[in-house]
Design a protein around this ligand. Structure first.
Ligand code: FUC
Length: 349
């Protein structure tokens, strides 16, 4: 196994580094110190052909200018906070609004735009990178100095594991995720409509027209959101269901996971034979079928278009701080925020 460190580019006169982790199967994961962004995940198809299965760019400028969070860590709080406002211990916090009237993915210049410190990890059966960043008290409106550590490790079982740790010196809120857009066809040959998705989830959160949870849980039975036995993504997003139409003819919903660390999310592209299994300790996964990916930019030579990738954002429930029925994402002093998600890449037999 090996790690290769290179200069990826520059941001405001500071160097951005890339780390490429490689195992003996030829699987490679590249990530950069800007936003802990995963730029490449190169895995074999059923014939052993190695191709990239995530959306990304090869330069810093595109990540700053065009990126809809490709491969990045979202924080301090992933998803939308309605009206950019929350209350904690009787105090109202106002957050910058960067998505209509809402605060999205930690706000402007959030974790995805920061330069993180990085340390290589080299252990017996894995290689990786530990990223760290201290978000100052008041950054993007949030209370407390928040110390964050995120590790990416790759092992010989073609597993990419992400762990998230955070501590604070003042009560705050935190909900971290990784926003990789997967496309198992390899090097963006096809879109993700014919990918098969299986999710062990019997409930989703209903959304309003601003893509913010209404507070209602919706049972998936007899709805396009029932992925329990696995089906093609296009089957769901071609539906006339109002929740599908509301988010731009697609899925952009939090799914509550019924099972954990037990193949709870499986994505398959039959043509290439690639299979991705996601396991997590998180309560939910926000599945986003890139319904809004229509910006006029290129992704390594291919024009960006809808349904080019599917995000599997494992996390606590979005906007939970504003919904008493959701488990809160509060972190107090003396506590440790700790969570992990593993992405295992296989081929169909
Ligand atoms: C996802 C979605 C959002 C947004 C963003 C780029 O997390 O929930 O709707 O468009 O990504």
């Amino acid at each position: 196994m090996k790690i290769e460190k290179k200069v990826f580019g520059e941001l405001n006169g500071e160097k951005v580094y890339s780390f490429t982790l490689e195992n003996r199967n030829g699987m490679k994961v590249s990530c950069i110190t800007l936003g802990c962004i995963i730029t490449d995940v190169i895995v074999p198809d059923k014939n052993g052909k190695l191709e990239n299965v995530v959306l990304g760019f090869d330069n810093v400028e595109s990540y700053i200018k065009d990126s809809p969070y490709f491969g990045a860590v979202c924080g301090r709080v992933a998803g939308r906070i309605s009206n950019g406002q929350f209350e904690l211990d009787g105090q109202i916090y106002e957050l910058p609004k960067n998505d209509a009237n809402n605060h999205l993915h930690g706000g402007p210049e959030a974790f995805d735009k920061k330069l993180w410190d990085a340390q290589e990890i080299n252990v017996i059966d894995a290689v990786g990178v530990e990223f760290s960043y201290v978000s100052k008290d008041g950054e993007n409106g949030y209370p407390g100095n928040l110390s964050v550590r995120i590790t990416y490790t790759l092992n010989e079982q073609n597993e990419l594991s992400i762990t998230y740790h955070a501590t604070t010196d003042k009560k705050t809120i935190v909900n971290l995720t990784n926003h990789s857009y997967f496309n198992l066809s390899g090097d963006l040959k096809d879109d993700i409509l014919s990918h098969k998705l299986q999710v062990k989830s019997s409930e989703i959160l209903e959304l309003n027209a601003n893509v913010v949870p209404t507070g209602k849980f919706m049972n998936v039975t007899n709805s396009p959101f029932d992925f329990n036995t696995g089906k093609k993504i296009e089957e769901a997003i071609s539906s006339t269901h109002e929740q599908i139409q509301l988010v731009g003819q697609g899925v952009d919903h939090p799914f509550l996971l019924d099972d954990h660390q037990n193949e709870e999310i499986v994505l398959i592209d039959e043509k290439s034979g690639r299979k991705l299994i996601v396991e997590t300790d998180q309560q939910s996964v926000v599945i986003y079928t890139s319904n809004m990916l229509e910006e006029p930019f290129d992704i390594r030579g291919t024009k960006a278009r809808r349904y080019m990738g599917v995000c599997l954002e494992t996390q606590g429930l979005p906007d939970s701080i504003n919904h008493p029925k959701f488990s809160p994402c509060i972190l107090d002093t003396g506590e440790e925020y700790k969570t992990s998600t593993t992405y295992r890449f296989n081929v169909l037999k």
